[in-house]
Design a protein around this ligand. Sequence first.
Ligand SMILES: *Cc1c(COP(=O)(O)O)cnc(C)c1O
Length: 437
Amino acid sequence: MTNNQTLTQLQSQKELIWLNPDYQKSSTQKNHEISVDKIEEARQRLIRFAPYLQEQFPELMKTQGLIESPLTPIPQMKKELQNIFGGKIDGQLFLKEDNQLAIAGSVKGRGGIYEVLKVAEEIALKHELLVNIDQDYRLFGSEQMNNLLSQYTIQVGSTGNLGLSIGMMSAQLGFQVIVHMSADAKAWKKDLLRRKGVTVVEYKDDYSKAVSAGRQESDANPKSHFIDDENSIDLFVGYATAANYLKQQLHSQNIEVNAQTPLFVYIPCGVGGAPGGITFGLKEAFGPHVHCFFVEPTNAPCMLLGMSTNQHDKIAVTDIGLTGQTAADGLAVGRPSSFIGQMMKPLLSGSFTISEKHLFLFLQTLYKSENIFIEPSAAAGFNGLRFHSSDTFQTYLRKHQLTETVAQSNHIVWATGGRLVPQKEREQMLQFSPEPI
Ligand SMILES: *Cc1c(COP(=O)(O)O)cnc(C)c1O
C-alpha cells in the first residue's frame, strides 16, 4: 500500500493493516540513546524497591513486590476468534494480563511507577536519608522519608491511567501530586485520585493540551518533577522491563521463540510510550523472532499516521478529519510521541486499526469465554488476528521467510488495563451491543 492509499484508508475509518517499510529484521539497536544497560538498571531498581512495595501494597504479595502480570493461555477465546474470523489461528494464544497489574490496574503501572520510584530514590540519596542503594528500601515507608518527599511535587498530563498509576504511587510515598487530565478521562478515575489526596486539574481540551499545561506549571517550580509521557526515557525503560519477565514466563510454559517458532505480539498504542518500551524490550530479548504490531482505534490512529507519513508529532488525527474520540480512553490520543515513532522505525513490524464496535465485541467475547474482564483499550490487540489471512500480512510473511514457520507460531495479545474499572462501568461495557461482523 502506498502512503497515499494508507492515508485515504485512515480517513475512511475502515480497519486496516499497515506494514512498516523501515522495519529491519537484523536491527541491532546499537545506536540508540537508550542502552540495554538502562533496562537492566531499571530492573535492578524495581528489585530494590520490591520489599517496600510489598509492605505498602499487600496485593503485591503474590509477586514478592514485583509489579508483574500473568501470561495466560486463552484456548476458549482462540476458538471464539476462529469462529468470528472464519479461519484457523495457528499455535497457542496467550493474554499478557497487565489488566491485572497491581496498584494501577494497567500497563501504566510498569513505566509510571518506575519513574516515580526513581525520582524518590534520587531525592533520598541527595538528602542522605538513603545512604547507599544496598540499604533496606522499606525505609521509604518511614515518616521521615514521607516528610522529605512531601516537599516535592510530581506532575503529569494524562488521559486517565497514567495519572492513576503516578498518582497512587506518588501519594503513597508522600509526594504532592498534580494530575492534569484531558476531557476523555473518566469521572471514576478522577474521583479515585482525589480520594488519595491527589490534586486533579481538568481540561476541556484534548490530551496534548493537558500535557503542555502540566509541563509549564511544573517547569515554574524547581521542586516539581514533570513526568513527560511523550518524551520520558525513564517511563520507556520502565515499560521495557516487561520483556525479561515475559521471557521467563514463556520458558516456564515451554514456549520457544526462535526461527522455527516465531512469536507475534499485538500491543494497543496511544501516545506510544508503553507499546514502544515493550517492543524495545521484546526485540532485545528475542531479536528477529518476535514480530511486534501496534493496534489503534480507527478514530485515533495517531502513531500509524505519524509513522506512515514520517511526520510524527507534526501531524494530528484531526488534521485528516478524524475526531480522536474513542471508548478506548487509554488510546484517545490525537498526536503521537515523535521520540517513540523514530525509535520504532527499525523495530516495529506494522500496525492495525480497530473499530469501536469490535473493541466491545472482543471485550465481551473474552469475558464470556475465559471469564476475564479487560477495558476497551485492552481489547484492541485481538484485532491483530483478523488480519492474518489478509494479502498484506501474507506479503509480510513472504518477505521475512515466515510462510513455512507461521504454522508453529504463537501469539500474545497484550491486555493493558481493566482491574480498577468499577462494577457499574463493567456492566455497561458488557451489555453494550456491538453489531455483528
Ligand atoms: C496508556 C494505555 C495504553 C497505551 O499506552 P501509550 O503509552 O499511551 O501508547 C494502552 N492501554 C491502556 C489501557 C492504557 O492506559
